[in-house]
Unconditional design. Structure first.
Length: 80
């Protein structure tokens, strides 16, 4: 369960473990993309434009964050 605190901060609650995770602005941006069903590549492209970073930096950030979420069982990767 995700709750936006404001445009730059949010909280995730893992319903099974009752653990909370604090998200910064980039984390909220990525989570919103995941939650709306966007592909990781689409999120990378939007992150690149929104935060004016290189595509490599955006991809690294999205993949690292995705791995962290998967390791905490907050998401799971499925083939497209």
């Amino acid at each position: 369960m995700f709750t936006a605190i404001d445009e730059r901060e949010g909280m995730l609650l893992h319903l099974d473990t009752q653990r909370y995770y604090s998200l910064n602005e980039v984390g909220c941006f990525i989570w919103t993309g995941i939650e709306s069903g966007q592909s990781l590549e689409a999120i990378v492209e939007k992150l690149e434009r929104h935060f004016d970073v290189t595509v490599d930096r955006a991809r690294e950030t999205v993949l690292r964050f995705g791995e962290e979420l998967a390791n905490e069982s907050l998401i799971r990767f499925e083939p497209s």
